[in-house]
Design a protein around this ligand. Structure first.
Ligand code: FES
Length: 112
């Protein structure tokens, strides 16, 4: 596991969400009201669109493209009978830093 700094804890608050960039990947931090801070890939699992214009009411992340909603606590779709879900990332808080495991880095392409 390789955790990457995403932002400081002061950048997020309960009942809100924020989209952050970590290198070439976008990370959606979601903190449901009364729940725990979660991290997801910042793209919608319906048509792989960015979630930078998505809305959050403290419980559901609503994608603006086709209005699919996702539970902020577990990423599951709550508006359609589909298995599509937000892709979760492992998250940890170290001091005042929020860090996320973005998965294995791709190996560089071999040059001929
Ligand atoms: S791309 Fe998000 S609902 Fe279609």
């Amino acid at each position: 596991m390789a955790f990457t700094f995403i932002c400081h804890t002061s950048a997020v608050s309960e009942g809100a969400m924020g989209l952050f960039q970590a290198g070439r990947k976008s990370v959606l931090l979601v903190w449901p009201a009364g729940g725990e801070l979660k991290a997801f890939r910042g793209r919608c699992p319906h048509a792989d669109m960015p979630l930078n214009e998505a809305a959050f009411d403290g419980k559901t992340v609503l994608c603006n493209y086709h209005q699919w909603g996702f539970d902020g606590a577990n990423g599951k779709c709550v508006t359609h009978l589909v298995r599509n879900a937000l892709h979760p990332y492992e998250l940890r808080v170290e001091g005042d830093e929020i860090q996320v495991d973005l998965g294995p880095a791709r190996a560089p392409r071999a040059t001929a």
